[in-house]
Design a protein around this ligand. Structure first.
Ligand SMILES: NC(=O)c1ccc[n+]([C@@H]2O[C@H](COP(=O)([O-])OP(=O)(O)OC[C@H]3O[C@@H](n4cnc5c(N)ncnc54)[C@H](OP(=O)(O)O)[C@@H]3O)[C@@H](O)[C@H]2O)c1
Length: 307
């Protein structure tokens, strides 16, 4: 579901790369894309319009067509006997739906009732490197600041960054439609709604989802989520306060989105002792991860492989 989008197109690449076992593959999107052809595993397949009747012959649904679409169609897929791995925010905080990063809480998959949620992309990019540290030295507090690529807002936002950059260089007027502000040569607060407490929805997701994935309701987290004029891969500055002093420092490589793009790994660097925590319990680090891959399509395919 949502195969023509930024995440959907990546799904096709990853299913092919990982040689995911399947007898057949059905491509679903809106009526706008019906009839369009997309290639996977050397085959040209037609895109079909998503309807409630789409799921009769389907075992597994990989969903990335937006929260409203998942809310409407995931129950129909489950009723038809399919398991849905959902990339949208529709079911993430539902207590009956496991929210899974396979490297962290793969076991939670077993409790599913037909729907398994894939976490928010910034949450995954943070959780993958923080979890192994948390296991050896429980993290008490996380302060995270993100530098998020425009592709997080979908395929049209990527085209908008390109068009906006060109317009600005040519001195032409440009009015953004997908993002609230011009993305080229600019930085702005994540394009999600700001609540009464001043946090935007993306920041809230990072906080609440991490607590659910880590099974750690008491972990203290604060986040500032920002869009930067990067096409692909989210970066994050992460400050951690541990229960006990922590000393290891291995590399001072600076992970860059251009390096992280197209990679499965979350790149981690600039690891250093936080000088403002004189008791030695603080670490600063900088990470960058391809949020369309590990932050979305790859994480969902990993879940499907475990299923
Ligand atoms: N981009 C990321 O990095 C990222 C990361 C994690 C999670 N997500 C989540 O994944 C979802 C998709 O994101 P995206 O970036 O791939 O968005 P996108 O590039 O805008 O693609 C949206 C997809 O949904 C389809 N769609 C929209 N309305 C539909 C409808 N009524 N019925 C059927 N299909 C419909 C579109 O089909 P048409 O082409 O036919 O319009 C397209 O295939 C969102 O919920 C997003 O929050 C995105």
């Amino acid at each position: 579901m949502g195969v023509t989008g930024a995440v959907g197109t990546e799904f096709l690449k990853i299913l092919e790369e990982r040689n995911f076992e399947m007898a057949s593959l059905k491509l679903l999107a809106s009526i706008r894309s019906a009839g369009k052809k997309l290639a996977c595993r050397g085959e040209e397949l037609p895109v079909e319009e998503l309807t409630e009747e789409s799921f009769g012959d389907v075992d597994l649904v990989l969903a990335s067509a937006g929260g409203g679409v998942s809310k409407k169609f995931a129950p129909a897929a489950v009723t038809a006997g399919a398991v849905v791995v959902d990339n949208t925010s529709a079911f993430r905080m539902d207590p009956d739906v496991p929210l899974v990063v396979p490297e962290v809480n793969a076991e939670d998959i077993k409790t599913h009732n037909g729907i398994i949620a894939n976490p928010n992309c910034s949450t995954i990019v943070m959780n993958v490197p923080v979890w192994p540290l948390h296991k050896v030295n429980p993290v008490r507090r996380i302060i995270v600041s993100t530098y998020q690529a425009v592709s997080g807002a979908g395929a049209k936002a990527m085209a908008e960054l390109e068009a906006g950059a060109r317009a600005q260089l040519e001195g032409k007027e440009f009015t953004p439609r997908e993002l609230p502000h011009p993305a080229a040569f600019n930085v702005f607060s994540h394009d999600s709604e700001i609540g009464e407490d001043g946090y935007n929805v993306e920041e809230r997701k990072m906080i609440l989802e991490t607590r659910k994935i880590f099974h750690c309701p008491g972990i203290l987290i604060t986040a500032t989520c920002v869009r930067v004029p990067v096409m692909r891969a989210h970066s994050e500055s992460i400050n951690l306060q541990f229960s006990n002093p922590i000393t290891d420092r291995e590399k001072n490589y600076f992970p860059m989105p251009l390096d992280a793009s197209g990679q499965d790994d979350i790149l981690v660097g600039r690891i250093r002792q936080d000088l403002s925590q004189p008791d030695g319990r603080g670490i600063e680090m900088f990470v960058s991860g391809d949020q369309i891959r590990k932050g979305a399509a790859l994480n969902a395919v990993q879940i499907a492989e475990l299923l």
